[in-house]
Design a protein around this ligand. Structure first.
Ligand SMILES: Nc1nc2c(ncn2[C@@H]2O[C@H](COP(=O)(O)OP(=O)(O)OP(=O)(O)O)[C@@H](O)[C@H]2O)c(=O)[nH]1
Length: 598
């Protein structure tokens, strides 16, 4: 009784489509991590298994019964129940509702692993009903989640769906890579049913990418695994595939035996479409072998059934087989009719395929464009970053440059100031007497000449005076050299004080001084010398008061007298003053002037 109801359930499911059946199968192998609410969890696990081997309506009823418990349950359990309901809706013919439910589940899924399963199921369902763009979109999102989901079960499922969809696209290389991953992941789960499904998908991808031996190994592995997992449907499908492998190698007798086994197994399951497909396989071979009667028996009613179902690919195959059969019987008119119809079906089929291909290419293209745009944005951000850094560096360098320039300028300024100060210092050293600060001999006479020239130009008077400290040797000898220095400094300071800023004053010998007095005359000069002599107080030194005196020679500028000539005259006058007893002023006698000096 149980077996009968199961078989009925299978028939209902089989009415939908081969692919939709795989959805249920997939869900049955889910091994979600154990959560709280043990009993509910166990119930759900049993439901997931039943959704494959039993009637989807029965699972729906059980889910309804669980509704109150589920409303209070952990979100993860709710999403698992939701996945079964979405699949049920699709199998029940309400694919749009199934897809809408999956959209909601995506919002609710509390973990990346569950979100990955929702994407997997959405991609599979969308693909089966020709919503290719949606299928590719969800497949892409699912594959993206592989980076963050470690659980091998959902990983195996998304890889498996990718393998299936890429095989459908004719992208066999990529499909094989996904198929290998799916099988590897399924082996990790230790779940035989999962592995059975993924081996079947890999075997589809491998048809165009691998040799006979590799394909045979995959198919045999799948056959054994599906049998061990008690998955009769996939087991039967694998037997058929093994038969086709023999056919491909030309081992027709062996192929027919194996295909007959497959037909029997599929027939036991009541899987109508599966039976038609295997009959077609066998009919095609029998026609080639010339066994026309047997082939005709297998094809009988096939075309009508497939037309009713709208299975275009299988219908085309059946029409071609019928055409070949008619041709073999020399019924060319019927053959031509079958071929014509087959062509029409092919055009219709290809139109659908083109649509699929276009969607795939558009999606792939859009993804590529998005990737490029993203890359461009990243590049732009990198350039902007680089520009900002360069700008910062330029500003920094400019700042440093300004600072360096400022530092160098300050240093230069300081150096300039110092050097000009030093220049002034050295010039002063070269022009002045270091002890008294008065002009030295050579600078005094240069300045005196200049002052004389200016006085003459201004038609003003000019007087030159020489003064010499009396008995200075004796003073030095008596009181010491330092006292002598003090006396020299005192005399110099007094000259300045008495004759003022306009007088050019120099120390022109050891204890000899000279004064050039522009705009002065002899009377004024004599009066001022007398004031000087009065003011020359005794020098206090070492507790003693030391009085010094000076002798003076004075000369007033006559017409065309040079400073040199005036110096000679003044010197003579001074000599006279010394000879006359010192401490006095003698005026020069112009008459005594040697003509050479003028
Ligand atoms: N303390 C000191 N003595 C100096 C300096 N320059 C020259 N003398 C001294 O000045 C003295 C000049 O001596 P003399 O030329 O003989 O003349 P005097 O002793 O002043 O005698 P009369 O000029 O004839 O009155 C020497 O003893 C020099 O050593 C100086 O810078 N400091």
């Amino acid at each position: 009784m149980q077996a009968e109801s199961n078989a009925q359930g299978w028939r209902k499911i089989a009415v939908q489509s081969w692919q939709v059946m795989t959805l249920g199968l997939l869900l049955s192998v889910v091994s979600f991590p154990s959560l709280a609410a043990e009993s509910l969890e166990a119930e759900l696990t049993s439901l997931e298994a039943q959704s494959v081997t039993g009637d989807w309506q029965a699972t729906e009823e059980r889910l309804d019964a669980l509704a109150p418990q589920l409303a209070e349950a952990d979100p993860a359990l709710q999403v698992r129940a939701g996945l079964i309901r979405a699949r049920n809706a699709a199998i029940g013919g309400n694919e749009d509702r199934g897809l809408a439910m999956l959209e909601e589940l995506l919002e609710q899924a509390p973990t990346d692993a569950l979100r990955l399963d929702v994407h997997s199921l959405t991609a599979n369902l969308a693909m089966n009903i020709g919503r290719y763009a949606k299928a590719f979109e969800h497949l892409g999102h699912g594959l993206d989640l592989l980076d963050v989901v470690d659980d091998p079960a959902p990983r195996a499922r998304i890889y498996g769906h990718a393998a299936m969809i890429y095989t459908r696209m004719g992208e066999y290389e990529q499909a094989t890579r996904f198929g290998d991953q799916a099988v590897a992941m399924a082996r990790e789960t230790g779940n035989r049913r999962e592995l059975c499904v993924e081996l079947e998908r890999l075997s589809n991808a491998e048809t165009e990418t691998r040799g006979w031996i590799a394909r045979h190994a995959t198919i045999s592995d799948a056959e054994r695994t599906c049998e061990a997992a008690n998955d009769e449907l996939f087991g039967a499908a694998m037997i058929r595939k093994r038969g086709l492998l023999y056919r491909d190698r030309g081992e027709w007798a062996q192929a027919l035996v194996v295909l007959a086994q497959a037909r029997e197994a599929i027939g036991e399951l009541g899987f109508a479409r599966g039976m038609i497909v295997v009959d077609l396989d066998r009919a095609e071979m029998l026609i080639e072998m010339g066994e026309l009667e047997k082939a005709e028996g297998l094809l009988d009613g096939t075309i009508e059934t497939l037309e009713a179902r709208g299975d275009l690919m299988d219908l085309e195959r059946a029409l071609i087989a019928a055409a070949e059969l008619a041709e073999a019987r020399r019924d060319h008119e019927s053959a031509a009719q079958y071929y014509r119809r087959a062509r029409e079906i092919r055009i219709e089929w290809e139109e659908r395929e083109r649509d699929l291909r276009r969607t795939y290419l558009r999606t792939a293209f859009e993804t590529e464009i998005q990737r490029q745009e993203l890359e461009l944005l990243r590049e732009q951000a990198r350039v902007a970053d680089l520009e900002a850094t360069t700008q910062r560096q330029r500003r920094l360098f400019m700042g440093l440059g300004y600072a360096a320039t400022a530092v160098v300028s300050v240093m230069l300024f300081v150096l300039l100031m110092r050097s000009s100060r030093e220049r002034r210092h050295f010039r002063r050293l070269s022009e002045r007497d270091s002890l008294t600060g008065l002009l030295n001999h050579s600078h005094f006479f240069a300045c005196a000449q200049q002052a004389l020239d200016e006085a003459r130009a201004d038609e003003q008077g000019f007087v030159l005076v020489l003064a010499d400290i009396d008995h200075f040797k004796q003073f030095n000898d008596t009181h010491g050299h330092a006292a002598g220095d003090g006396a020299l400094r005192k005399v110099a300071a007094l000259f300045h004080r008495v004759f003022g800023e306009d007088a050019v004053i120099g120390r022109v010998g050891g204890e000899e001084f000279a004064l050039a007095l522009p705009a002065w005359n002899r009377e004024g000069t004599l009066a001022r010398i007398h004031r000087f002599r009065r003011k020359l107080e005794p020098l206090s030194y070492d507790g003693q008061r030391l009085q010094i005196t000076l002798s003076f020679g004075l000369v007033e500028a006559g017409e065309d007298l040079s400073v040199r000539a005036m110096h000679r005259l003044a010197d003579e006058a001074l000599y006279e003053a010394k000879g006359a007893g010192r401490d006095r002023v003698v005026e020069a006698d112009h008459e005594r002037l040697d003509p050479v000096d003028q």
